[in-house]
Design a protein. Structure first.
Ligand code: BJW
Length: 235
């Protein structure tokens, strides 16, 4: 039974968007089966071949209007609206399905497809549907636009704020993430240190699955919806 005023911190990964038709990374037929991580998700890969990297993210951005939030995204928005305590979503996903599903408190720790970043002055602006290497920054005019994505070796966004939320969590839920990528994979340990009850939602145990106190196994559209119903009922 979840306390009606509990602070609930939720970490989501590619698995929550899988049923919307967005490929995960590490599945056999996933994104990394078609692209080497070093080529498309590192600053070195971008320096070597900016066109390849920009086109990789252009293709994923173009997919966004063709997909829709699923029942798991909508259930989290419903939880935020109806639960009396605070509900925070920290997503590793770069899609916009939490927002389109109705969630308001969303942190994109690995960036967003719909955002562009100036590598020279760190200005951010809404990405055009098709970016090109060397696009100028609208603020400083440097030809240094890049996708606003956190690549390996770069610092994820808003870490101080995220650790502060984890330190206050009464419940921590990780949904559809393989637990392979840090610092996100370390959030369960952080939440447990804060005394939170920890729940993993996945099709199978993740790489850090043994650190969770509770497991809900199955597709997120079902398991997350059932969990939200168990907390707030049919409101
Ligand atoms: C379902 C489902 C359904 C499917 N229902 N579930 C050695 C040790 C420790 C750390 C390091 C190390 N060497 C280097 C590091 C650091 C490195 C790292 O972690 N490397 C590892 C590979 C070891 N991390 C970094 O570099 C990060 N920065 C950093 O650490 O800065 C320093 C720092 C230090 C201390 C504090 C703070 C900072 C940056 C990481 C950036 C990651 N970027 C990417 C790519 C960019 C985005 C993009 O292109 O879209 O982000 S990598 C990729 O993996 C992407 C994802 O967000 C991320 C996580 O993947 P996710 O979401 O877990 O997806 P999958 O595919 O792995 O899993 C899907 C899961 O869903 C599976 O479990 C399925 O079973 C499940 N599922 N359908 C429920 N229907």
């Amino acid at each position: 039974m979840t306390d009606p005023h509990a602070k609930i911190v939720i970490l989501t990964g590619a698995g929550i968007s899988a049923e919307s038709g967005i490929e995960t990374f590490r599945a056999e037929d996933g994104l990394w089966a078609q692209h080497r991580v070093e080529d498309v998700a590192t600053p070195e890969g971008f320096m070597r071949d900016p066109e390849l990297v920009v086109n990789f993210y252009n293709a994923r951005r173009a997919q966004l209007p063709e997909v829709a939030p699923n029942a798991a995204h909508r259930a989290l928005a419903h939880l935020e609206t109806h639960h009396r305590g605070e509900v925070i979503v920290i997503t590793q996903n770069v899609d916009d399905l939490h927002e389109r599903g109705g969630s308001q408190s969303v942190y994109h720790m690995h960036g967003e497809l719909n955002s562009a970043l100036c590598a020279a002055c760190e200005n951010r602006w809404p990405a055009p549907m098709v970016m090109a290497p060397g696009d100028p920054c609208p603020r400083c005019a440097a030809p240094a636009a890049r996708p606003d994505i956190v690549w390996f070796g770069e610092m994820p966004y808003e870490m101080d704020t995220l650790f502060a939320h984890l330190g206050q969590a009464d419940v921590f839920a990780a949904i559809g993430t393989s637990g392979n990528v840090y610092p996100a994979a370390g959030f369960v340990a952080e939440a447990r240190r804060a005394g939170a009850h920890t729940i993993e939602f996945n099709l199978e145990p993740s790489a850090v699955g043994n650190q969770f106190q509770e497991h809900r196994t199955g597709p997120a559209s079902r398991t997350v919806s059932d969990w939200v119903l168990s907390i707030i009922g049919r409101q």
